[in-house]
Design a protein around this ligand. Structure first.
Ligand code: ZN
Ligand code: ZN
Length: 150
C-alpha cells in the first residue's frame, strides 16, 4: 500500500494444482511438430508454491492469437488444392520455409517472443504469404507444445 499498483498476477493459477502465484519468465523451449518448428526465448510460468513449471492457459491463448494475426492460413478448396485467404485465387507457387518472429502480449502477461519456422506459399495474384492447409494442424500443435512441453 505504499502507493504502488497491486500486482494483477494473483489472477494466474498453476495449471497442475490450481494454487495462485505470480507470473515469471522461465527458460526458453523449442519444439518441432511435423512441418513446423516453434521456440520461445523465455516461457511465461506461474511461480507455483509447489514447484510446478506450467504456463498459464492465458499465455497459450495469447501466443496462438498472435501467431494467427501474423501468419495467414490458406483456405481449403475441396479437391482442388489450397486457395488464397485474401483473394481466393489458387495457390500454385512452391512452398518455402519462412521464419517469423511474433511478439506476444496479453493482459497481465509478460511480453515474450515466439519464433516460428513454417512452410509458406505466396499468392501469385495478390502477393500474400500464407501457410498451406496441410501444415495448419502442425502449427496449432507446435504452438501448444512450446507453451506446454511434456
Ligand atoms: Zn502447482
Ligand atoms: Zn491472393
Amino acid at each position: 500500500m505504499a502507493g504502488e499498483q497491486p500486482a494483477p498476477a494473483q489472477r494466474h493459477r498453476c495449471e497442475a494444482c490450481h494454487r495462485p502465484g505470480p507470473l515469471r519468465l522461465g527458460a526458453g523451449t523449442e519444439v518441432e511438430v511435423g512441418t513446423v518448428a516453434a521456440a520461445l526465448e523465455r516461457r511465461p510460468l506461474v511461480a507455483c508454491p509447489a514447484g510446478h513449471d506450467r504456463s498459464p492457459g492465458a499465455a497459450l491463448s495469447a501466443g496462438a492469437a498472435a501467431a494467427a494475426l501474423q501468419l495467414p492460413l490458406a483456405r481449403r478448396r475441396w479437391r482442388r488444392g489450397d486457395r488464397c485467404a485474401n483473394c481466393g485465387e489458387a495457390l500454385l507457387l512452391p512452398v518455402r520455409r519462412t521464419r517469423r518472429t511474433v511478439t506476444v502480449t496479453g493482459e497481465a502477461l509478460p511480453v515474450h517472443t515466439l519464433h516460428l519456422d513454417v512452410p509458406m506459399t505466396r499468392c501469385a495474384d495478390c502477393g500474400w504469404d500464407q501457410i498451406p492447409v496441410r501444415s495448419h494442424d502442425d502449427l496449432e500443435r507446435a504452438v501448444r507444445a512450446v507453451y506446454l512441453p511434456a
